[in-house]
Every structure is written in C-alpha cells, then in structure tokens.
Design a binder for this molecule. Structure first.
Ligand code: JS2
Length: 268
C-alpha cells in the first residue's frame, strides 16, 4: 500500500512537473513570437507618432532593404520602396538643410516648426535618427551591434538610408531653402558631406528660388561667410538660384528658438 501510495504521489509530481515545463516552453514561444526586437519596437513606437501611416507596412518595407543581406552590400536604391511608401512632402520656403550643425539645427526646429523643418522632422527621418541597424546573410534578424561603421564600407545599411532619404528630401525642396553651416570648422562646405555631394546637386531652378546659408558662429569660430569653401558652394549651385549667407551667433539662433513671438524672418 505504502509503495503504491508513494509511486502514485511520484507519478502525480511528474505530471505536475511536465505540465509546468510545457507551460514554460509555450510561454517562451509565445513571448518570443510577440516580443518584438528592441529595434522594431523603437521603429514602431516612433512611427506611431505620425497617424496617417501603416507603420507595420513601413517596417516590412524597411527590413526588405537590409535583412539577410551582406551589411556591406546594401545599395542606396534598396530604400526606394520605403521612401515611396512615405514620400516627403514639399514644404516651400520652410526646408532646412545642415552640415556639422545637427544639434543647433534640431534645437531650433524642435521649437520652431512654424519656421523650418529638417529631414529629421519628417516621419522617416525622425524614426531612424540616431539609430544603427544591419542584417546578416542567412539571418532574418535586425542587428544593432556588430554593424559596419559609416566609413567602413560604402554600401552599409545606415549610410545608404541617409543618402537615399537626403536625396529624396532635396528633390522635393522648393522656394527659398536654408542651410545651417558651421563656423567652428575649417571647411564649412565640405565636398564629402551629404549636403555637398547629395543635396546641393539636387537644388534645381526654378523649383528652388534661393539658398540662404546661415553660418553658425560660436566663440571658437574659425570660419564665416567669407570662407573660400563657400565660393565652391556658389559655383556648385544651379544657375538661377540666388545665394545669400549670414553669420549668425549660436545664442541668437537659440534665442529665436526659445521666443516664438519672434517672426521667422526676423530671426536672422
Ligand atoms: C547617421 C545620420 C544618424 O542636410 C543634412 C540632412 O538633410 C542630412 O540628412 O544630410 C545633411 C547632413 O549631412 P552632412 O552634410 O554629411 O553633415 P554631417 O553633420 O556630417 O552629418 C552626417 C550625417 C547625416 C545623416 N544622418 N547619419 N546617423 O542618426 C543620422 N542622422 C542624419 N541626418
């Protein structure tokens, strides 16, 4: 009797154990299935701030550009379907470009979207700003570490995206466009930059009437509107587009950012 009782209890324990293990496995599978990668949930949560888009569709189109591909073999065109699904809208006389002034520019546009918008204020620009991603051949996952750096190889997923997005953004620019360049570096208009190599060549007259350069002057300024590289910019600019350049102190830009009562045109 005792033995029978014991084996019965043992049997019962085994069953309970098996049930617990099965439940844990099911739980893990479900969790695995539902748990989006950290990157995917960042993409979707940032995207959902823009109501009129199907973020799941954009996520699928985005992944198709680099997933299961050699992270040094993702060409710029790979992102065309994504850009086509969330096209940039022309915002004449409000589009701001920049080079080596990211923080000053976004510090301003974050508060004065009534004046100017940058690529990073659009859906795709804001969703992917400051993120790193890549794929690997033979894997369906998105990696955020172990990805090639910006200049490690030409066709890397991040670089190709920003070149593709910058080109599309410049293609819809219209009216008077503005570009914030840095007086703190010795080549404000650097031919290697995305602004010089991708965006300026797409500034076409009569779509674009004028390019207003705002040279951001800080205490450590070593350049200004008279810098020789800006002559290269004037030469590179499509004939028919008027050019202007103003040296503007960083504090004036921040003041205008903080005071919406200052009219956009009165900022500098
Ligand atoms: C990596 C990023 C990020 O006019 C601007 C914007 O429209 C931009 O997209 O391109 C221009 C700035 O690029 P440029 O002239 O090469 O200046 P930079 O200061 O050297 O900025 C390089 C990076 C620009 C692309 N980019 N790249 N990771 O998070 C990221 N965000 C942006 N915009």
């Amino acid at each position: 009797i005792m033995e029978h009782e014991q084996s019965r209890r043992l049997g019962k324990r085994c069953v309970i154990l098996i049930v617990i293990v099965v439940l844990i496995v099911i739980g893990a599978v479900v969790l695995g299935l539902t748990l989006k990668s950290g990157f995917e949930s960042t993409f979707l949560s940032r995207c959902e701030k823009f109501s009129q888009y199907d973020c799941k569709e954009l996520w699928d189109l985005f992944q198709q550009a680099y997933v299961n591909k050699d992270p040094c073999n993702v060409p710029v065109e790979a992102y065309n379907p994504l850009i086509a699904a969330a096209p940039f809208k022309p915002q004449c006389n409000k589009m701001m470009f920049w080079s080596k002034t990211k923080d000053v520019v976004h510090g301003f546009t974050a508060k004065r979207k009534d004046c100017f918008v940058t690529l990073e204020d659009t859906l795709l620009g804001s969703v992917l700003d400051d993120l790193t991603w890549c794929g690997k051949e033979g894997s369906k996952d998105t990696f955020t570490t172990g990805c090639p750096g910006w200049s490690e190889c030409e066709n890397n997923p991040v670089r190709s995206f920003w070149i593709c997005a910058s080109a599309a953004f410049a293609d819809v620019a219209c009216g008077d466009v503005t570009a914030m360049l840095s007086g703190s570096i010795n080549t404000p208009f650097n031919p290697e930059s995305i602004f010089a190599s991708v965006e300026v060549p797409r500034f076409k007259s009569p779509r674009i009437k004028k390019l207003d350069v705002v040279m951001v002057i800080q205490k450590n300024a070593i350049s200004n509107c008279n810098h020789s590289s800006l002559k290269n910019l004037m030469q590179a600019l499509d004939k028919g587009i008027t050019y202007s350049c103003k040296d503007v102190s960083k504090s004036r830009i921040q003041e205008c950012g903080a005071k919406p009562e200052i009219a956009c045109g009165a900022c500098w």
